[in-house]
Design a protein around this ligand. Structure first.
Ligand code: ADP
Ligand code: MG
Length: 689
């Protein structure tokens, strides 16, 4: 978009008032440019109506039915309920509406409508709750359309976003193309303007896929270019913070209750080799969930401190940062480690505590700073910062390192990631880093027992959770959504917490956790769970990375079919971390064959690398936004598995462009260079999940 227009505030769009613009702001949308890059999270496809006998439980269907029998109206407390049956010659479905008195007049026995909504099997009946009702003419005009479903906040409706978006497009000039046309032609990619429009208002599935691929390619190319430029700048950097191995780490290895695995020891040697060597460290430790990366981070931080430097540990969520801080304090107390003085610095702190932490940092009274991204974004006045460890957030790695480099810090960087991505992609996406792989789990762990089940298994699952809790264990239940409403047929944390409270004995303490809670609330919940003051934690995927509560033995994942395999593997990795037998229940709410086949892989394997390879093999066309890829390297539109061909193409293109024009000074790369300088928001912000 012309940069002037994209800087225009959304409040200046026709139909967007003060209230809506405030709501938009909550979603991070302030300008028209922000709005145009506020992509839908899913699409509603209006398919031709099916017959009652073809309606599938667990799916959204449109069914053409005639109302039969009487329309029953009831009141339960302050809820008014309308119930009736509708049928065609092949079968019937029970309909229920809540608090919809306005419907009462249009509902007449004998009239025919299209009912569109989630079909569910209750007992031997098919049911639909709150289906949308259309006249036959109305619906036929919708068939084939894809309506965008935007991420929403309370008060902001999907309709309001669509209206604002339409207005935004009315005034929009063509987006400035910044990818050379020979590349677009070669890869069969559509133009940028067309892609931006297509991602919001696709005329059909083909257009949506074209738009998505084009935008995915943008993300990959920009990403790889940034990597290459960064690598070029850091390769020649000499080691300004040389470090020697300290007796403290050697002593720690002797007193720990376990021996490091040989893969851990190898990775530790790699780290020591780097930080004592001639150039700055840029290393990635890639190890499956539970392979024991944290202790390596601890030893690296300890080494920096013992060498008289400061070091920082960055985690993707405040929850994880707080957990690291607690576990470090424990290690320090238990093993009487005097050199390492940690401090926690996150948004969850009060202003006063934050100031105090910052004071200690600037005075050099602490030497191990644990926090989130804010550690490099905010004004933190470090004293001799020599090492930055990033845990489970390699996808921020590039940006962070750019930020660090921009501040003149040529620190050592140690990234730790549990996403075992296939080697062919790792070479590209981690191309700037040396890699140590931990391909071995600590001994003595019992392999997690898995099962993939349908919705009718829920009561059994609840009973199982109850038994485990009564045996002293804890459980996680994962739902894709935070509150009701965004997508049909998808569980949400808020309602699910209530459902579980009703289905489990009162003695079982159930709480919820999600990204929209205040940082301090999140901390409190996580701490309470770690203390075992909570038995069952109902959460979004905000817990997918790094959380370590070894007493938790059950992971139940609702709507498991909605996640990528690697992400499911991360979630599953929250259990099986202690000495007790652990279990993972994948609840498949779809009846599709593909979902079943994919989930079967989870059932059969606990090996992250194998699963990642399978993910690459299985991801077929047509998944679109249905499945969100795992935490690491999470592009907004692109999916490294689904679009692996584009990842590879973009890497070749980046190399070609840079060999022709190393600092992008040719006129044909002017817009590309500008875009590279401004588009730093390549990734979904994890904290809002
Ligand atoms: P991740 O690699 O997923 O970050 P963690 O570092 O959180 O895994 O380690 C998981 C658990 O395994 C922790 O409780 C940790 O104390 C323990 N652990 C780490 N290394 C070993 C080892 N070599 N032997 C036994 N337990 C270990
Ligand atoms: Mg970890």
């Amino acid at each position: 978009m012309g940069s002037g227009y994209s800087q225009e505030l959304v409040i200046n769009l026709k139909g967007v008032g003060e209230k809506t613009s405030k709501l938009f702001e909550k979603c991070g949308v302030r300008t028209v440019g922000d709005l145009l890059s506020y992509y839908p999270r899913a699409y509603d496809g209006f398919l031709a109506p099916v017959r009652a006998c073809d309606a599938i439980s667990g799916q959204v269907n449109a069914v053409k039915l005639t109302i039969i029998g009487s329309i029953v109206k009831r009141r339960v407390r302050n809820l008014s309920i309308i119930a009736f049956e509708a049928a065609d010659e092949t079968g019937r479905i029970k309909m229920t509406y809540f608090n919809a008195p306005y419907l009462a007049s249009s509902l007449k026995s004998g009239t025919t409508h299209i009912f569109r909504g989630l079909v569910q099997k209750k007992g031997s009946f098919l049911t639909m709750d709150q289906p949308k009702m259309y006249s036959i003419e109305e619906y036929s005009s919708l068939i084939g359309k894809l309506l965008p479903r935007y991420p929403l906040v309370k008060g902001l409706t999907n309709n309001a976003v669509m209206k604002a978006m339409e207005q935004a497009f009315l005034g929009a000039e063509a987006s400035k193309e910044y990818i050379p046309s020979d590349i677009l032609d070669r890869l069969g990619l559509i133009g940028l303007s067309e892609a931006v429009r297509g991602i919001h208002f696709p005329a059909n599935e083909k257009m949506l896929e074209d738009a998505r691929r084009r935008l995915a390619y943008n993300e990959f190319l920009l990403f790889v270019l940034r990597l290459r430029l960064l690598k070029k700048n850091s390769e020649e950097l000499s080691n300004s913070f040389p470090m020697l191995e300290t007796s403290e780490t050697r002593r720690l290895l002797e007193v720990l209750p376990y021996k490091l695995t040989s893969a851990q020891l190898q990775a530790w040697e790699d780290i020591l080799h780097d930080i004592s060597g001639p150039s700055v460290m840029n290393r990635l430790i890639q190890g499956d969930v539970g392979s024991g990366k944290t202790i390596l981070a601890f030893m690296a931080l300890l080494t920096a401190a013992a060498n008289g430097y400061q070091a920082a540990l960055m985690a993707p969520t405040e929850v994880l940062a707080a957990q690291h801080f607690e576990s470090f304090k424990e290690l320090i107390d238990k093993y009487d480690i005097k050199t390492l003085k940690p401090v926690l610095l996150t948004g969850a702190l009060s202003a006063k505590d934050k100031r105090e932490a910052q004071r200690l940092i600037s005075l050099g009274e602490v030497n191990c700073i644990i926090g989130t991204n804010a550690l490099i974004q905010d004004k933190v006045d470090y004293k001799n910062l020599a090492l930055v460890v990033t845990d489970e957030q390699h996808r921020f790695g590039v940006r962070q390192r750019e930020a660090l480099a921009g501040k003149g810090f040529n620190t050592h960087v140690l990234a730790m990631s549990a996403t075992p991505i296939p080697r062919t992609l790792a070479i590209i996406l981690y191309g700037d880093l040396h890699i140590s792989i931990i391909n071995e789990l600590p001994g003595g762990r019992l392999p997690i027992k898995n099962c993939v089940v349908g919705t009718d298994y829920r009561p059994k699952a609840y009973k199982f959770i109850k038994d485990q809790v009564e045996a002293g264990r804890q459980a996680y239940v994962i739902c894709p959504m935070i509150e009701e409403g965004e997508l049909d047929g998808v569980c949400n944390v808020t309602d699910y917490t209530e459902i579980l409270r009703q289905n489990l004995p009162e003695s079982i303490r159930i709480e919820m956790l999600h990204g929209k809670m205040k940082p301090r609330e999140k901390d409190e919940i996580m701490e309470a769970f770690a203390r075992k003051d909570i038995d069952v934690l109902v959460s979004t995927t905000v817990i997918e990375v790094g959380i370590n509560v070894p007493n938790a033995t059950v992971m139940m994942i609702e709507n498991a079919e909605r996640y990528g395999l690697s992400q499911l593997h991360q979630l599953r990795g929250r259990v099986g971390r202690g000495k007790h037998q652990s279990y993972c229940i994948f609840l498949n709410t779809s009846e599709g064959e593909d979902a079943k086949k994919r989930l079967d892989i989870m059932n059969k394997s606990n090996d992250g690398f194998k699963i990642a390879e399978e993910d690459l093999r299985q991801r077929g066309p047509g998944d679109l936004f249905g499945v969100r890829q795992s935490g690491d390297l999470n592009f907004r539109v692109g999916d490294i598995y689904h679009d692996s061909d584009l990842v590879k193409e973009s890497a070749m293109d980046a190399d070609r462009i840079l060999s022709e024009d190393p600092d992008l000074s040719l006129p044909q790369y002017r817009v590309l260079k500008e875009t590279l300088a401004t588009k730093s928001a390549n990734f979904i912000d994890f904290a809002t999940l």
